[in-house]
Design a protein around this ligand. Structure first.
Ligand code: CMC
Length: 432
């Protein structure tokens, strides 16, 4: 087997001397060429969308898209989803290790003690129109936390960073649930610390002061899985946004609010909402063939939402787990004969067998199944991305925290290839 290269030499077709660059290896995954010194030679690289560029070192999450692998701190996602609850996974991501019994209790108690919002924050919610999208409310309320906890503008103190992590993780479900309650016109429901993290969110979403919401254990287990499967996913757009904002020393609430804003985009966190919209549009099993035809037609911009993935060229391991959960929930709730869910399952079957999708390795992705599960639970489409944001808060905090402990951390400041006007002379307004 050929030995791995340790350096590369860049040569130019003029009189610039060759530049030698080291190659760095991680513990898993691709090696990278270290181009940090290239700028000293007056040369920069061009890589819009960071398609070939690693922006940081990270010990948190590893993905191999070809093989369909996802590990958090070395643990395969399948093992975590099967054996842990969301707070254990959040502890793993943020603190670096799965908690032992005592650490678990301490972490859980710390989160429980911070689930309530400052009472004045009710007024922040009440400033919005009642039809505000929950993501618009979440971005604002999370950003507004900086006004309530000004001590967190100091990001150099690890103890304060830990406190901010707990505050964000604990309050995210309350903020997400209240953003729904506000738009539905129902009173806010306060968190109940006797419930698990997942149950508590479902209670704040669905209970009212007049009626308890008894959480179905199959539903709460499925919700726990949705949270675990969305907790972190390496250096995606929202995580990179959190790191970039954080690199300037901005407070943690501003960083997470920026992550939520990035996640809101339809190319990122909005796909599960888009899947359900598409299923509604298809409307009936008899129309599936037409839509499959449209998805294959190169002259039609329609794509089968909830299918395919930029990184996974194999079954997304999260989708495989969510698929199982999806079938459990539909069985438990007696929804297998519901026309919308029948349609979804038929679409899944056709796409898994169709030559076009098989050849291109276009498997149903995690958003296809999580959208169906959330619809079955009675969660409205507009809340899907907000729930993704609530889960991803764990990963964003872990990545933000890691960035601040990294000695090589620098303010993010990309270069550009300028393609505008050359220098020109100013002309007074009457001469233009
Ligand atoms: N329906 C029909 N054809 C598709 C689809 C689809 N959903 N996705 C990809 N293709 C085709 C595409 O037309 C191309 O065909 P050809 O080789 O003949 O030109 C081939 O498959 C490869 O596609 P690509 O555009 O190179 O793939 P990509 O990596 O650029 O796109 C994607 C990945 C996720 C944006 C795309 O699959 C897509 O638009 N899917 C639907 C939206 C969706 O479900 N997004 C959620 C992704 S998971 C979110 C997360 O993890 O955060």
């Amino acid at each position: 087997m050929a030995t791995k290269p340790t350096k590369v030499t860049l040569t130019f077709d003029n009189d610039i001397l060759p530049v030698e660059l080291p190659i760095l290896s991680g513990t898993l995954g691709n090696d990278v060429i270290d181009i940090r010194t290239l700028g000293n030679h007056g040369i920069y690289t061009y890589d819009p969308g960071f398609l070939s560029t690693a922006s940081c070192n990270s010990n948190i999450t590893f993905i191999n898209g070809e093989k369909g692998l996802l590990y958090h701190r070395g643990y395969p996602i399948e093992q975590l989803a099967k054996n842990c609850d969301f707070l254990e996974v959040a502890h793993l991501l943020i603190q670096g290790e799965l908690p032992n019994r005592e650490q678990n209790k301490t972490f859980r108690t710390a989160v429980e003690r911070h689930t309530m919002l400052h009472d004045q924050m009710n007024n922040v919610f009440r400033g919005f129109r009642r039809d505000a999208h929950p993501m618009a409310v979440m971005v604002s309320v999370v950003g507004a936390m900086a006004a309530f906890y000004p001590e967190h503008t100091d990001v150099s103190d690890p103890k304060l960073r830990e406190k901010a992590a707990i505050r964000l993780l604990a309050k995210a479900p309350t903020i997400a649930a209240w953003s729904y309650k506000y738009t539905s016109g129902q009173p806010f429901m306060y968190p109940q610390n006797k419930l698990s993290f997942a149950e508590n969110f479902l209670h704040m979403m669905f209970a009212t002061p007049c009626e308890d919401y008894v959480v179905n254990p199959v539903v709460s287990k499925a919700f726990e899985r949705i949270l675990i499967l969305h907790a972190d996913h390496e250096q995606n757009a929202s995580t990179s946004t959190v790191r970039l904002v954080g690199s300037s020393g901005a407070n943690p609430f501003a960083c997470i609010a920026a992550g939520i804003a990035s996640l809101w985009g339809p190319a990122h966190g909005g796909a599960n909402e888009a899947t359900l919209k598409m299923l509604d549009e298809i409307g009936d099993i008899s129309r599936i063939d037409d839509f499959i035809k449209r998805a294959k037609d190169k002259n039609d911009s329609f794509r089968l939402m909830g299918f395919g993935h930029r990184v996974y060229r194999n079954m997304d391991p999260r989708a495989a787990i969510m698929r199982e959960t999806c079938h459990e929930v539909l069985n438990e709730l007696g929804l297998n004969d519901d026309p919308m869910f029948k349609l979804a399952m038929r679409l899944e079957k056709i796409a898994l067998e169709d030559d076009y999708f098989v050849k291109r390795k276009l498997y149903p992705n995690v958003d296809f199944y999580s959208g169906i599960v959330m619809r079955a639970m009675g969660i409205p489409n507009s809340m899907f991305t907000a729930i993704f944001a609530l889960a991803r808060t764990a990963g964003w905090i872990a990545q933000w925290h890691e960035m601040h402990t990294e000695p090589s951390n620098k303010i993010g400041r990309p270069r550009q290839l300028y393609t505008g006007e050359m220098k020109r002379e100013f002309a007074p307004i009457n001469d233009r």
